[in-house]
Design a protein around this ligand. Structure first.
Ligand SMILES: NC(=O)c1ccc[n+]([C@@H]2O[C@H](COP(=O)([O-])OP(=O)(O)OC[C@H]3O[C@@H](n4cnc5c(N)ncnc54)[C@H](O)[C@@H]3O)[C@@H](O)[C@H]2O)c1
Length: 338
């Protein structure tokens, strides 16, 4: 199969015919991003009234975001032009090049929806599921011609979070994966391809953090608000710029090893030193200070890296002060300033 429609449109930078099935938080945000980039987006939800209400909400939001300087000034007009209510799945799906599925995270709903999309969309339309955690191999069972199917996992709120995970299904055609990556990149987002597994990379990490945070609260070490203050103002503050491996390489893997020893002694094997850290240390790779760590490091650029880091953190601190604490969560922690 050639996936001619999406590839040709991307090659010529012409607008794509898209469908967004499920127009709640995620589908709505995905539809706004596609429409703002000039693509024509047919919307479909459980019934036409719901779809119409979603379109109206998306236009209202678009106007408010433009007023706040978060969307381009002409966003409301562009959204009004490009977001179209489909009267039925058939109307949404005929002649589409790209379908975003964003219905609730329930297998039965995903199954019914993906079967309907399979039946209604052209055989060479690319179908991207926004599932948060269901392995793509499970969902691909519900798709005819599963070589056109993959996970395209956006984060909430879709218009403002840069990253999107691209997850191949077991049958996904390489042309589908590369066209989807190109599409996401062309929307100003950062597409990262990861292998298929429950929760992918983003939610596996996010839920691991959540589980440990909840344990800390259960043990009475800190309240939920105090945990949140520590995360967002301490180690989590860095995560807007660096992932765990860059942070580890900058801190020094020998330092990490010392902490793992203490944590394992206190909390057991879930805090055992990870094997790659042990191996890196035994090869003398402790991170920035020795030349490389778990990431390759360009030693000539280390002074620049440190300057980047300091600038990034100082500017982020200024932004936090300027914006203040998040409304509705203000003044909740007893002893921590953020
Ligand atoms: N909310 C998040 O933070 C988030 C982040 C990333 C991914 N996701 C994933 O995105 C998907 C959608 O989540 P959401 O938060 O937008 O949910 P939501 O409840 O806001 O929206 C789901 C929409 O799907 C509609 N719907 C239900 N059944 C349908 C059907 N059969 N056909 C068409 N539309 C139908 C609902 O009416 C609703 O408008 C889920 O798979 C979720 O796990 C959510």
């Amino acid at each position: 199969m050639s996936f001619r429609i999406i590839s040709a449109a991307l090659d010529s930078e012409s607008p794509l015919e898209c469908a967004v099935i499920g127009t709640g938080y995620m589908g709505g945000g995905i539809a706004q991003v596609l429409a703002l980039h000039g693509h024509r987006v047919r919307l479909a939800d459980i019934n036409v009234e719901r779809t119409q209400a979603s379109r109206e909400r998306l236009l209202r939001e678009g106007e408010a975001y433009a007023g706040a300087g978060l969307f381009p000034a002409d966003a409301a007009a562009v959204l009004a032009e490009n977001l179209v209510v489909a009267e039925s799945y058939e109307a949404a799906l005929s002649d589409t090049a790209y379908v975003a599925e964003a219905v609730p995270e329930r297998i039965a709903i995903k199954q019914a929806t993906l079967e309907a999309i399979s039946a209604g969309a052209p055989a060479d339309a690319v179908i991207g599921s926004n599932t948060s955690s269901i392995p793509i191999r499970e969902l691909s069972e519900f798709v005819d011609h599963p070589q056109r199917f993959l996970g395209v996992h956006w984060m909430n709120p879709a218009p403002f979070i840069p990253g999107v995970e691209i997850i191949p299904g077991p049958h996904a055609d390489e042309a589908v994966l590369s066209a989807s990556t190109r599409l996401i990149d062309s929307l100003g987002k950062v597409a990262t391809r990861v292998s298929d597994s429950a929760g992918f990379v983003s939610n596996r990490l996010q839920f691991a953090l959540y589980a440990e945070a909840a344990r800390i609260v259960e043990e009475g070490l800190a309240s939920p608000a105090e945990v949140d203050a520590v995360v967002s103002s301490c180690f989590g503050f860095r995560l807007a710029f660096f992932g765990p491996f860059a942070i580890g390489d900058m801190a020094g893997l020998d330092v990490y090893a010392g902490s793992y020893e203490t944590l394992e002694r206190e909390f057991g094997s879930r805090f055992a030193m990870p094997e790659p850290v042990r191996e890196a240390i035994s090869s003398g790779n402790l991170g920035v200070k020795t030349g490389s760590g778990l990431l390759p490091i360009d030693q000539d650029a280390v002074p620049e890296l440190l300057k980047y880091r300091e600038t990034a953190y100082a500017r982020l601190s200024q932004l936090r002060q300027e914006l203040g604490e998040p409304p509705a969560f203000r003044n909740q922690h007893s002893n921590t300033e953020i």
